[in-house]
Every structure is written in structure tokens, then in C-alpha cells.
Design a binder for this molecule. Structure first.
Ligand code: PAF
Length: 191
């Protein structure tokens, strides 16, 4: 597996798994699926400031670079791509809109979140030009807005949603769920 900050000499077709790092077994299931689809599997790690409504949340987002490299390699990634902010957002920032779906459900409580997700995913797709892009169904609304964007912008790729992977207590594997106390985990299971 190569670790790069700029994508060059990609073998096509490639399968792409975008992440914000803090990888876990859920991400590995996406990478394994990607590897079934293509020999070249690009995993990106980019913590996208645009999708955080709150600076504190961004500042404390977990960062586990060494562990991420090990997990990505073990699951079959061929390229671990850690783009710089400059390469993702050169020049003036043009935000995409996630429209009505992005303002509903989770979007009601996280204004601008899905616009930020679409803005970065659009750039990641533009730079990697994958044939397949793999996302977790855990973030169901995210998957819906990304599918819509890919259709609207005519990206020539197939988007696959992969079922949720759960921890032994039944909670979805998620980088953020790692912060929960045992009591909070029990409460979260009610959702
Ligand atoms: O689901 C995530 O980890 C992020 O929202 C994504 C798709 C990598 C965009 O930053």
C-alpha cells in the first residue's frame, strides 16, 4: 500500500472509500468490498472542516494515523490518500447545496452539515475519478444526498451502500461512538 498526499498514476478502474480517519472494522468492511470490485482501492483520509457545525467538535475529532494505515492495508487498500486542505479547496470556496433533503431529518439539527459533505465528496470524486465509491448505510441520509449529487453532476460512477456493522452490544461501529460512556451506549441503543 502506498501512502500519498497527491493522487498520480492511478490504475483504473479504481474503487474509492472516503473516510475522515479513525478507522475501525466498519471502514474495513467497506474497503474489503471495494477490493472485490477493483484491484486499485483508494482510501482517503481527510477531516473536512466544512461539515462540522461546531469548531470544538472538529478540534476533538479523533486522529489515529498509524492505526489507520495498518487497518487500511490489512483490509486491502492499495493507496492511502491523505490530501492537504489546499489540494481539496484551492482558491475560493464554492459550497454545494444539499437542498431540501439536506435540510430535513438530521439536517434540521446540523445546518450546513450535508452541504459540507457534498462539497468535499464532489472534490474527492473529481480528483480520484473512481469507477466505484463505497459508503456505509449507517449514514443513510448522507448516502441519499451523495447519490443525488452524483446524478445531478453526471459523475460516471457506481455508488454502493454497505450494511451497518455493529459492536457486540448492538451499537453501530462509528468513530464518534467510541466517545460514549457505558451509560450513554445503553441510552444510544434505544434509538
Ligand atoms: O462519512 C464520512 O466519513 C464523511 O462524511 C465523508 C463521506 C468521508 C466526507 O467527509
Amino acid at each position: 500500500m502506498k501512502e500519498v498526499d497527491l493522487l498520480t498514476d492511478l490504475n483504473n478502474p479504481c474503487a474509492f472509500v472516503p473516510t475522515m480517519g479513525a478507522l475501525h472494522a466498519g471502514h474495513q468492511s467497506l474497503i474489503r468490498r471495494a477490493r472485490e470490485l477493483a484491484d486499485e482501492v483508494v482510501v482517503s483520509i481527510f477531516v473536512n472542516p466544512l461539515q462540522f457545525e461546531n469548531k470544538e467538535d472538529l478540534a476533538k475529532y479523533p486522529s489515529t494515523p498509524k492505526h489507520d494505515g495498518q487497518l487500511a492495508k490489512e483490509a486491502g487498500a492499495t493507496i492511502l490518500w491523505r490530501p492537504s486542505y489546499q489540494s481539496i479547496y484551492p482558491g475560493e470556496l464554492e459550497k454545494l447545496s444539499s437542498g431540501q433533503i439536506g435540510r430535513s431529518f438530521e439536517g434540521v439539527h446540523r445546518p450546513g452539515h450535508f452541504d459540507g459533505v457534498l462539497t468535499v465528496v464532489n472534490r474527492l470524486f473529481e480528483l480520484s475519478r473512481p469507477k466505484y465509491a463505497i459508503f456505509g448505510e449507517k449514514d443513510f441520509q448522507q448516502l441519499a444526498v451523495i447519490r443525488q449529487m452524483a446524478r445531478d453532476l453526471d459523475f460516471d460512477l457506481e455508488i454502493l451502500g454497505i450494511p451497518i456493522l455493529r459492536d457486540t452490544d448492538g451499537l453501530a461501529l462509528s468513530s464518534r461512538n467510541a466517545y460514549l460512556t457505558p451509560e450513554q451506549r445503553v441510552a444510544a441503543l434505544a434509538l
